[in-house]
Design a protein around this ligand. Structure first.
Ligand code: COS
Length: 393
């Protein structure tokens, strides 16, 4: 699929392998993912065949070393993969992103050699999917107010509580989650991270969410009822779980930005040729100033979002702190996507509002990017706090 804008140009930050992975995913997405996108949205069917294909192509472990079963590429490559998947199907992008940056990356970054041997290999190769449990009914944006508890019992922990909005929650072989291990410390400091392996008789499936968009993605409530988790599955020292999850979200947010970017590019892919072909008042609507303004603003939003996402990914590849860059990229890209897709619907008029065209689905899918992995309000808080803290020296 040819991109609508100046894609032929050399992209800053890109090396040869970035062009190669982009071409591979564009081809795969156009041939296999795009034709399923409408059907899975309408039926809410989790696309198991897409997951199997992504596994075969190595797309479920893009930024992880080959020695652990991954593709051995970098975070920028992973960002490109999510962008290109989202360009045709948001559900496929979020399934891959939640598995990679939330369900697998914490074990890659913080796991013991034993945890890597046992879980990372299967996750990075795509043999099993991973999920992530942070949010709770009473702990959303205030993620440090975790109520799920883990109490020591010999070499095990007994876990009780509920996690919500766990992407891949039904299908995942492991769930990385937070629990309060020190009741004397009520905030983030009393929270520890763990890996729970499935099946576990104490880990039950709760409500399957019925969502506005990303309708075929698997978003689950997970209920811990006296779930026994061995201490060897503790991810890092006691009391460090919140910080580990915040670091995980820092890089995860780059992929949500990439998803928004891909959806916005997908809308532009539809709107630009439509404006060039659709005739009203005797000429293509793209010749009207009002349409040109919308097209231009869409293109600038897409372009700027792309630079912000690639920049954040390149910083991550250099081992730098990405809190500020990732929050900025996600914030900008998700808001630009909502504006761009709104414009695409407006350019298509009645056709844009109809399911015959994919832009109404993209609009519903993109809304998640302003909410998931931290709302836009939280991104602004992270950005402002980072700047204020920098003054403290
Ligand atoms: N990386 C490493 N450490 C971090 C961090 C990060 N990105 N962000 C915060 N921390 C550390 C802080 O430095 C602080 O450490 P000290 O106690 O040693 O000083 C500790 O974690 C607590 O941080 P803070 O006081 O900033 O925590 P808050 O309770 O104020 O929460 C926000 C901070 C709001 C940013 C956090 O709760 C958040 O990101 N919420 C949104 C959650 C989210 O994205 N949910 C979506 C889940 S996807 S299913």
């Amino acid at each position: 699929m040819k991109a609508a804008i100046t894609y032929k140009d050399r992209v800053p930050f890109f090396e040869d392998h970035h062009y190669e992975i982009r071409e591979l995913v564009q081809g795969y997405a156009a041939e296999k993912v795009a034709p399923r996108a409408r059907e899975i949205d309408e039926t809410k069917r989790f696309p198991t065949e897409t997951v199997a294909e992504m596994r075969e192509l190595g797309l479920l472990g893009v930024p992880f070393p080959e020695e652990w079963g991954g593709a051995g590429l970098d975070y920028l490559s992973y960002t490109i993969v999510i962008e290109e998947l989202a360009r045709v199907c948001g559900t496929t992008a979020i399934t891959c992103a939640a598995h990679t940056s939330l369900g697998t990356n914490p074990i890659h970054e913080f796991g013991t050699p034993r945890q890597k041997e046992k879980y990372l290999r299967k996750l990075a190769s795509g043999e099993m999917l991973g999920a992530f449990g942070l949010t709770e009914p009473e702990a959303g944006s205030d993620a440090g107010s975790t109520r799920t508890t883990a109490v020591r019992d010999g070499n095990d922990w007994i876990v009780n509580g509920t996690k919500v909005y766990c992407t891949n929650g039904t299908h995942a072989g492991t769930v990385i989650f937070t629990a309060r291990t020190d009741p004397a410390k009520p905030g983030p400091a009393g929270v520890t991270a763990f890996i729970i392996e499935r099946p576990n008789p104490g880990l039950k499936l709760g409500v399957l969410e019925d969502k506005l968009g990303l309708r075929a993605s698997d978003t689950r409530e997970l209920v811990f009822e006296n779930a026994r988790v061995p201490d060897e599955n503790r991810l890092g020292e006691e009391g460090t779980g919140f910080k580990k999850f915040m670091k995980t979200l820092d890089s995860g947010r780059i992929s949500i930005g990439a998803m928004a970017l891909g959806l916005a590019q997908g809308a532009l892919d539809v709107a630009l040729p439509y404006a060039a072909e659709r005739k009203q008042f005797g000429k293509p609507i793209g010749e009207f100033g009002a349409m040109q303004e919308r097209l231009a603003d869409m293109a600038v939003g897409v372009h700027t979002a792309r630079l912000a996402c690639y920049h954040a990914a390149a910083l991550k590849d250099r081992g730098e702190d990405v809190s500020f860059a990732a929050a900025s990229a996600k914030l900008y890209a998700s808001e630009a996507a909502m504006r761009a897709i709104d414009s695409a619907i407006q350019i298509l008029g009645g056709n844009g509002y109809s399911r015959e065209y994919p832009v109404e689905r993209m609009f519903r899918d993109a809304k998640l990017c302003e909410i998931g992995e931290g709302t836009s309000e939280i991104q602004r808080m992270v950005i402002a706090r980072t700047m204020l803290r920098s003054l403290e020296g």
